[in-house]
Design a protein around this ligand. Structure first.
Ligand code: URP
Ligand code: ZN
Ligand code: ZN
Length: 466
């Protein structure tokens, strides 16, 4: 690490302000911000660039096992974090999936072991609670104290799903200790019923995936999660909101002052259910994810909710499966198409281009949605997600006028397609800095394997949620 790096002549952008200025980095921290700063160290000329806090992606699945198919997501913690850095991201939060009978602590310990020597950027983990026993619930307070204040609960997915009784217990256990429950909301009975209906008819093509998970299935579970959280006095974050009905339940809850926050993802902001048009045949498998993309009216409703404050963050839900040998496991049976899309590297450019450049949100709201709010929601602010003096020098430096045409060959994921092929996007970083190290320079990755550190996250005060 050079002794000092001075970023000179840029436009500094945070969630609350935009100003011209220089920024001095020393010892991995931001130490000075002002005009006409000097250094004996390295100078980066960032004229015509925006200097922003590094992106935080709180929803990624690297080396994520899908037991029923015997596969893992295509990116491991090295390729995935290289791709993240090349998309301006400096911190990820992945997951630690509890197996039946295992403790959350041993699940986390073994998952940290998988990440530790691989990650190029800083990281943390959300335990995914699947086995809600008294012993599991008893672990929650100590894990919050040890830096893991968020717990993922899936309301659907065989083998991982938690029923309402289990969810109430997890909500209760987190509520008293500064935890937050991160929820995948779909009505499991309804999804299972619809899948059975299509499967029995022999309707096996990918577009039946979308038909078996309609918006109402998600909206109902979202509303139920909000009600159960209110009953338990718990804070919740709703993952991957796709539709106007779910967004309206979230807005109503927030208007009543409940500690409810929510995310959407670039796929729901930039794609529609057209990707499942039967005329596309099995190519549609590239877009199979849960919940699925919706109609145009939902896409615009999500942008409105981002603009008006009804949704608080945009995460990628990066769950990459190669088309050639992973998505194709579901040929002839849509229930065996692994669910998820790649997006760790394209998240910021997609939101910058379709949000800021298209005039839907301003650049401060952009920073808030992709960096500052995730830091606040998941207990990392202000060390991450800000440009304050004394905080980590995690920076995303972009030339807002440089466009790149998306092609999976030039992206850094271990993937054989991108859902966004051919789109021209601005917002890829010229430089990405992580704790003062330049890990992407002129768009090229240069971070060392294993340099990423586990972030010690703080318990959350419900009133501090954005
Ligand atoms: O289809 C998706 N989103 N796969 C990733 C796992 C999840 O549900 O978030
Ligand atoms: Zn999910
Ligand atoms: Zn996910």
């Amino acid at each position: 690490m050079p002794a000092e790096i001075l970023l000179k002549g840029g436009t500094l952008v945070t969630a609350s302000e935009t100003r011209e200025g220089d920024l001095l980095v020393r010892g991995g921290k931001i130490v000075e911000i002002g005009q006409g700063l000097q250094t004996t160290g390295q100078v980066l000329d960032v004229t015509d660039h925006l200097v922003m806090p590094g992106g935080i992606d709180s929803h990624v699945h690297l080396s994520h096992p899908i037991d029923k198919l015997g596969i893992k997501t295509a990116d491991d913690f090295f390729t995935g974090t290289i791709a993240a850095a090349c998309g301006g991201v400096t911190t990820i939060i992945d997951f630690a999936l509890q197996r039946q009978g295992d403790s959350l602590a041993e699940t986390l310990e073994s998952r940290v072991g998988e990440v530790r020597d691989e990650a190029v950027i800083d990281y943390s983990l959300h335990p995914i609670v699947t086995d809600v026993r008294a012993e599991t619930l008893a672990e929650i307070p100590s894990l919050i104290g040890e830096g893991f204040p968020s717990f993922k609960v899936m309301m659907t997915y065989a083998g991982k799903r938690v029923n309402d009784t289990g969810l109430l217990n997890v909500l209760e256990a987190t509520s008293q200790h500064g935890g937050i429950v991160y929820l995948h909301c779909e009505n499991d009975a309804a999804v299972t019923h619809l899948i059975d209906r299509y499967s029995k008819r022999g309707d096996t093509a990918p577009h039946f995936h979308e038909l078996s998970r309609p918006a109402l299935v998600e909206a109902e579970a979202t509303y139920r999660a909000i009600c159960l959280a209110e009953l338990m006095g718990a804070s919740i974050c709703i993952a991957h909101v796709t539709n106007a009905g779910a967004a309206s339940h979230i807005r109503n809850a927030r208007e009543r002052g409940l500690p409810v926050v929510a995310e959407t993802c670039p796929q729901y902001l930039t794609l529609t259910k057209e990707v499942f048009d039967p005329s596309r045949g099995f190519e549609s498998a590239k877009f199979v994810c849960s919940p699925p993309m919706r109609g145009e009216e939902h896409r615009e409703a999500l942008w409105d909710a981002l603009k008006e404050g009804g949704l608080q963050q945009v995460a990628s839900d990066h769950a990459p499966f190669r088309f050639s040998d992973q998505k194709t496991l579901g040929r002839g049976d849509f229930t065996r198409i692994p669910n998820g899309l790649p997006g760790i590297e394209t998240r910021l450019p997609l939101v910058f281009t379709n949000g800021v450049k298209a005039g839907r949100i301003d650049v401060n709201r952009f920073v808030e949605l992709v960096s500052t709010n995730p830091a606040k929601i998941f207990g990392m602010y202000p060390e991450k997600g800000s440009l304050d003096i004394g905080t980590d020098a995690d920076l995303n430096v972009i030339d807002p006028n440089r466009e790149v045409e998306v092609d999976h060959e030039i992206l850094h994921s271990a993937m054989d397609y991108s859902p966004y092929e051919g789109m021209r996007l601005a917002g890829f970083p010229t430089w990405t800095m992580s704790r003062g190290d330049i890990i992407v320079g002129q768009g090229e990755p240069q971070g060392d394997r294993g340099r990423g550190q586990l972030v010690q996250r703080s318990p959350l005060a419900p009133e501090a949620l954005p």
